[in-house]
Design a protein around this ligand. Sequence first.
Ligand code: MG
Ligand code: MG
Length: 254
Amino acid sequence: MVRIYSEREFTGIRKACEILPKAFRLVAPSVQPGVSTAELNRIVDSFIRSQGAVPSFIGVPGPQGVPPFPACCCISVNDEVVHGIPGARLLQEGDMVKIDVGTRLDGFFGDSARSFAVGQVSQERQRLMRATEESLFLGIAAARAGNRIGDIGAAVQGHVEPQGYSVVREMVGHGVGGAVHEAPEVPNYGRAGHGLRLRPGMCLALEPMINAGGWRIRVLKDGWTVATTDGSDSAHFEHQIRITDGDPEIMTLD
Ligand code: MG
Ligand code: MG
């Protein structure tokens, strides 16, 4: 069931979302060579709590036999795509790091992710990050009432594949608002004009995960971290949006 949220509910969802761009702005100056991913997690975690919200990824159940997710942020470096667990790893000059964060406030949920350059990164990594963020905004532009889910994926895929990149298949965007993950799934690939029709009041997280090499992924030994199978780089950007009668509202921008 795809939820249609009321104006009053969007007021609550907006409050949960508004914390996220502020958290990214706060943590960005600390994304430097020599910082641990645990430290970045700590900065974001304490800011979210200072806003009266709770990090929503902590305790998300893992696959069979894997402990629940232990941290506020998913922090994934270079060939890691998503779901990296913050820890002692120190970022190095030239790394590309993805921070994905969720909030819960008064029963409403926000979800957003960004890719950051650590110091000077290569032209190739800059190009991958730029193409991924551009594909997110093209997906958002396609997310209009009357269009279909496939229009979003087609917009993302149509931007990145001609540049030689690939779209992760197994991991997709999703509904969000009253829970961390809700229906529908929002793939970053697809056929224009196909899939569920978008309606005003839907609340979606669009989150292209774009690989410099092939689209295949694998899960590392920790049971959580998803990485590219071929070791190529991956970038990730995510915004939470509201489908309206006109332009979509991007709820995780300030
Ligand atoms: Mg996310
Ligand atoms: Mg998400």
